[in-house]
Design a protein around this ligand. Structure first.
Ligand code: 2P0
Length: 335
C-alpha cells in the first residue's frame, strides 16, 4: 500500500479570492492558472498496519501530523481496510521565494494517497480532494492552463484541463525581499468578502475575465491573455484596498517591479504582471524573451531575485527508483 506522486505549483491568471463554503473550500468564483515546471513537491505515502498513528516528514524533518490526518481521512472513508500512514514530502519550491507550496503539496499528497489506497479516482475527482487541502491545489492536478470550476457542491467544484501551454510562454518570478509578516490568504480573503463593497463587482468582473481569457487561450492570443491576467490581478488587489480596515500585499519593490514591466513594454517586449497574497511579482512573457527580460531587469533586481519557469505538466505518479533519485537530489542541494 505504497504510492508516490509529483505535482507542480501553479500561478493563477484569473484569481481565486473568496470562499462560499469554508469547510468544503467552495470558491465564490471560478479561476484559471498556469502550472509551472520549475517548482514541485514529491510525496510518498505508505499505509502501514504496524503504525500507531499517522506520521509526517517534510523535507526529512518530522512534523505535526494533524492536518495530514484530516486529509488522509477524506480517502480513508472510502477504504475497506484502513491503516495509519507514513507520509514523506520533499518540497522543490525554493524557500524564501515566496511561492505558496500548498498547491503542489496537497496535489502531490492526493496523488500519492490515491495510489497507496488503491482507490484509483480519476483526475477530476482527485482535484476535488486536493481542493479540501488548499483551494489552489485543485488546479495543480493538471498541467498547462487549468480551470477550477467553482461548481455548486463538493463533487462539482473541480479542475478541468484547458490547454497544454506548449506554446512560446514562460513566467519570471520577481522575488521581493520582505521580512514583514503578511496576512494569510485564508484570512485575507475572508476579510475581503465580509467587508469590501468592491467584492460583488469583483465576482461579476472576474466571470467576464474568465470567459475572455479562455477564448484568448484557445486562439493562442498571447497579448490578450497577458492583458486580462494583469487586469484581473489588479482588480483582486483593489478589493483589498476597499476592505474595512483596508490592507494590501504591495511592498515598495512590488511597485518597482510594476514600473519595470511598463518600461519593458515600452521597449516592445510583451510582458504582463500578476501578484498573489504576497509582495512577489510574477511576469507572463514569451519563453523566447525570458533571457532578454531578465537581463533588462538585472539593472534593478539582483540575479537571485529573478527565477524563471516554463509551463509544467500534470500531477504524475513516481516509481520507487524515481523517489530515490529525488531524495538524493534533495540531499545534494541541502549540503
Ligand atoms: C490563487 N491565491 O488563485 C489565489 C490568488 C492567492 C491569491 O489561492 O484557504 O492557499 O488554502 O484555499 O489556496 C492562495 O490561497 O487558500 C490562493 P486556501 P490558498 O492562486
Amino acid at each position: 500500500m505504497l504510492g508516490i506522486a509529483r505535482a507542480h505549483t501553479n500561478i493563477a491568471l484569473i484569481k481565486y479570492w473568496g470562499k462560499k463554503d469554508k469547510d468544503l473550500f467552495l470558491p465564490m468564483t471560478s479561476s484559471l492558472s498556469l502550472t509551472l515546471d520549475a517548482f514541485y513537491t514529491d510525496t510518498k505515502v505508505q499505509f502501514d498496519p504496524s503504525l500507531q498513528q499517522d506520521e509526517f516528514y517534510l523535507n526529512l524533518i518530522p512534523q505535526e501530523a494533524t492536518p495530514i490526518t484530516r486529509f488522509l481521512n477524506l480517502f480513508r472513508q472510502y477504504m475497506d481496510k484502513t491503516y495509519y500512514a507514513r507520509v514523506e514530502s520533499l518540497n522543490f519550491v525554493p524557500t524564501g521565494a515566496g511561492l505558496a507550496s500548498s498547491a503542489s503539496a496537497f496535489a502531490a499528497l492526493a496523488g500519492a494517497i490515491n495510489v497507496a489506497s488503491q482507490l484509483h479516482f480519476d483526475a477530476e475527482t482527485l482535484s476535488t480532494f486536493a481542493r479540501q487541502g488548499s483551494g489552489s491545489a485543485t488546479r495543480s492536478i493538471y498541467g498547462g492552463f487549468v480551470e477550477w470550476e467553482k461548481g455548486t457542491s463538493s463533487q462539482t467544484s473541480l479542475a478541468k484541463h484547458i490547454d497544454n501551454a506548449e506554446w512560446d510562454i514562460g513566467m519570471i518570478i520577481i522575488v521581493v525581499n520582505t521580512k514583514e509578516k503578511t496576512i494569510s490568504s485564508r484570512s485575507g480573503m475572508e476579510h475581503t468578502v465580509k467587508t469590501s463593497p468592491f467584492y460583488p463587482a469583483w465576482v461579476e468582473s472576474s466571470k467576464q475575465d474568465l470567459i475572455a481569457i479562455k477564448k484568448a487561450i484557445h486562439t493562442k492570443n498571447f497579448q490578450t491573455v497577458g492583458e486580462i491576467m494583469e487586469w484581473n490581478s489588479m482588480k483582486m488587489h483593489a478589493t483589498m484596498l476597499g476592505a474595512n480596515p483596508p490592507f494590501s500585499y504591495f511592498e515598495p519593490e512590488s511597485i518597482l517591479a510594476h514600473q519595470q514591466v511598463y518600461r519593458l513594454r515600452q521597449l516592445g517586449l510583451p510582458v504582463y504582471m500578476t501578484m498573489d497574497a504576497g509582495p512577489n511579482v510574477k511576469l507572463l512573457c514569451r519563453a523566447s524573451d525570458m533571457d532578454t527580460i531578465k537581463k533588462e531587469l538585472s539593472s534593478v533586481f539582483s540575479k537571485n531575485q529573478l527565477i524563471s519557469s516554463l509551463p509544467g505538466k500534470a500531477m504524475r505518479t513516481l516509481t520507487e527508483k524515481e523517489w530515490e533519485h529525488s531524495l538524493n537530489t534533495f540531499k545534494e542541494h541541502q549540503l
